[in-house]
Write a protein that binds this ligand. Structure first.
Ligand code: HEM
Length: 656
């Protein structure tokens, strides 16, 4: 096992939290003097080159669409799931598909040795020790560092006490798109460059695993897709991806509307029961309950009813999420020490919660297995979902012919999707609402669009409506740009590798065992990649842009202008400058699901209510957690909309 590393607050998908308690033992010895990794590295060697943003004609796209997965993403996911899946599982490490050089010309961990059939071996304790020794020799001895990457300078207190990704963003402003964080001999490479991200996530994803995150999540998710070892991941990803086929997504769109209508009815009732004209509702919590109801129905046909009640299962799910987050802030995986699980009160609570969740899932899995109808994949994709009693993902995974998955693996798959697909979507809705209500003109345009698309209909938005809700979708994409969920992705290098130069223009050589943070938050707010990066501007997605100063970055091309008319911008048409769902082989399996869900929910609520912030925008604050949270909730004044008057008003605004 690799030595325990600090992980600053982890979402199941990444790291996002504070450095609570875990840094001091390692860092105190370095205090203020922890500047550059090795005296031989001068700031000027790798001074952050903050190429100013400028508009130039986009260079011809490189290899774009050559990968079916990219093509699927560029087309808004409408290329066949099979193509997408195959691309997902194929990783080409040797550039251009050339054959690797002779054995004797390659070092033991030469990246060219590895491919999807022959992934690099997991790290041993020796690998980790070798890396630590090298770092110590560079830091305190006279060993020459293998790169010129600057080391973030400053006091640990700069990093502790607030959201970690915000601290990293401050470092990004000072040190540029690639830098190191050194905590004694423990070094993290932080990257915020689209070309480097593309390299890590897509071109060489086989060389990078999820590192310490897998260790933290394993007790909760078992061998679910996120923490799974490579072989399990490959098999399960192959089974799960087709589950998100278009007939199912289309049917789910109706379910999203149905669940949101439940929340809308609840808000109606609150308004009716309130003396105030517009009662204040904490919408972050409401969005979270809605997302839980939706994911429960979609994944295992279980109605949490969390928008209406608070059941013990719901409480257990929430506490488990918090526990994953809490554990991630500890240097030592103390929960692996079995006796503590019986002594420490929160560990005992965790055991009880896991038992309750597992019992519930076991019951659902047993029921699904009982009614198993072994079916070919193509027939499953043609299922008439309107007329099946259980349209869940669980049912699909059980019925899929040729799959002999154990109940334990099914439990791990379901638990992973429950956690990964819940708070992420709730956060998008929260931040989209927060930004929109602060821009009255934009808000009016969104309502006008929703009204024009939905007309007088009282039924929820359909799949076709979502396609027509162009501005609404751009608002959600823009919320994901400014508030990516999760804000950090974590990787650990399993071979030696050289990162491309990208914006700084110099390649970086990395040794096996290196921990890497991809700070999506900084990437999405980089002035080299975005005009006025901190401004919430959904119209930015309509214009192409590029910056020749970022070597190898193809720039952004709006999805509707490229091949196929994709539904939302993604990592392919932004060439990894925008990657809310990650990219490459570990890209989110629920991206289409999540965008459909949030569009339907958002449009439904915009259609029926007027929202306004019930406090100063600064009072909402940003906090760290499983995703990017508000500090203490998002109080919103909710009013019913006067449909008729609003409709004509809206049409006038839309035609402006
Ligand atoms: C707006 C909502 C969502 C966002 C922003 C989001 C974001 C992400 C990101 C960034 C990753 C990649 C993590 C990495 O590379 O380390 C990921 C992976 C994943 N997501 Fe999502 N996600 C969302 C919704 C969902 C939903 C609804 C589901 C399931 C129904 C889901 C299931 C997963 C799974 C299983 C993985 C792991 C994939 C793998 O490793 O093969 N996500 N998600």
């Amino acid at each position: 096992m690799a030595p325990p590393a600090f992980v600053p607050g982890a979402h199941p998908l990444s790291v996002a939290g504070s450095l609570r308690g875990c840094l001091s033992p390692v860092v105190s010895s370095r205090s203020r003097s922890s500047t550059f990794l090795g005296a031989t590295v001068a700031a000027g060697d790798h001074a952050p080159s903050r190429a100013a943003f400028r508009m130039v004609a986009p260079p011809p796209p490189r290899r774009r669409d050559s990968n079916p997965q990219d093509k699927a993403a560029a087309d808004g996911g409408r290329v066949g799931e099979r193509e997408r899946l195959e691309a997902t599982l194929k990783v080409d490490v040797v550039p251009g598909g050339d054959s690797p050089p002779p054995e004797e010309e390659m070092s033991e961990y030469d990246p060219r040795r590895f491919n999807d059939a022959n992934p690099p071996p997991p790290l041993s304790m020796k690998d980790a020790m070798d890396l630590w020794i090298e770092n110590i020799l560079v830091l305190y001895g006279d060993k020459k560092p293998r790169d010129t990457v600057p080391v973030a300078e400053g006091e640990v207190s700069d990093l502790v006490g607030g959201p970690f990704f915000l601290a990293l963003h401050r470092c990004f402003k000072e040190y540029g798109p690639i830098y190191k964080l050194a905590f004694g001999p423990k070094v993290f490479i932080v990257v915020n460059d689209p070309v480097v991200c593309r390299h890590i996530l897509r071109e060489r994803s086989i060389l990078y695993d999820k590192g310490v995150l897998s260790e933290i999540l394993e007790p909760i998710m078992g061998k679910g897709l996120i923490p799974a070892d490579y072989e399990t991941w490959k098999t399960r990803r192959r089974a799960i991806v087709p589950g998100f086929h278009s007939a199912w997504l289309e049917f789910m769109t109706g379910m999203f509307g149905y669940c949101t209508a439940g929340l809308a009815d609840k808000l109606d009732a609150l308004i009716d029961a309130s003396d105030a004209d517009a009662p204040v509702v904490e919408m972050e919590t409401e969005y979270s309950s809605l997302a839980l109801d939706i994911i429960g129905k979609a994944i295992f046909n279980y109605d949490f009813k969390s928008t209406q009640t608070e059941s013990p299962v719901i409480k257990a799910v929430y506490r488990t999420l918090r526990e994953a987050e809490y554990r991630s802030t500890f240097l030592l995986p103390y929960w692996k020490f079995e006796p503590l699980n019986w002594i420490v009160p929160r560990q005992r609570q965790f055991r009880r919660d896991m038992k309750l969740i597992n019992d519930t899932l076991r019951k659902l899995i047993n029921e699904a297995q009982h009614g198993k109808q072994s079916t070919e994949l193509d027939d499953l994709k043609r299922r008439d979902y309107e007329n099946v009693s259980d349209p869940s993902m669980l049912r699909f995974l059980v019925d899929l012919r040729g799959e002999s998955t154990t109940n334990k693996q099914l439990r791990d798959d379901l638990m992973t999707m429950l956690i990964a697909g819940h708070e992420t979507t709730a956060a998008v809705l929260t931040w989209a609402t927060y930004e929109l209500v602060q821009q009255p003109d934009l808000y009016a345009r969104v309502r006008a669009e929703v009204d024009a698309v939905m007309g007088d209909r009282q039924t929820p938005p359909t799949f076709d409506d979502v396609k027509a809700l162009d501005l609404t979708r751009r608002v959600l994409a823009e919320a994901l740009r400014l508030y990516p969920e999760p804000p950090l992705l974590i990787r650990r290098l399993l071979a030696d590798d050289t990162l491309p130069g990208g914006e700084v223009g110099k390649p970086t050589s990395l040794k096996r065992g290196t921990d890497v943070f991809i700070c999506v938050y900084s990437l999405h707010r980089s002035p080299s990649l975005w005009e006025e990066p901190d401004r919430f501007d959904p119209d930015r997605w309509l214009k192409p842009h590029s910056n020749a100063g970022v070597e190898g970055w193809a720039g952004y091309t709006p999805p509707s202008k490229g091949k196929g008319a994709g539904l939302y911008p993604n990592e392919v048409n932004a060439d990894f400058a925008f990657m809310p769902f990650g990219g490459g082989s570990r890209k989110c399996v629920g991206d289409q699901f999540a965008m459909l869900e949030s569009t339907v929910a958002f449009a439904t609520l915009m259609r029926r209510f007027d929202f306004s912030l019930a406090c100063a925008p600064e009072a909402v604050g940003i906090d760290t957690g499983a995703t990017i949270h508000t500090k203490g909730g998002m109080p919103i004044q909710v009013r019913k909309r006067g449909d008729r008057a609003d409709l004509s008003d809206a049409s006038a605004k839309l035609s402006k």
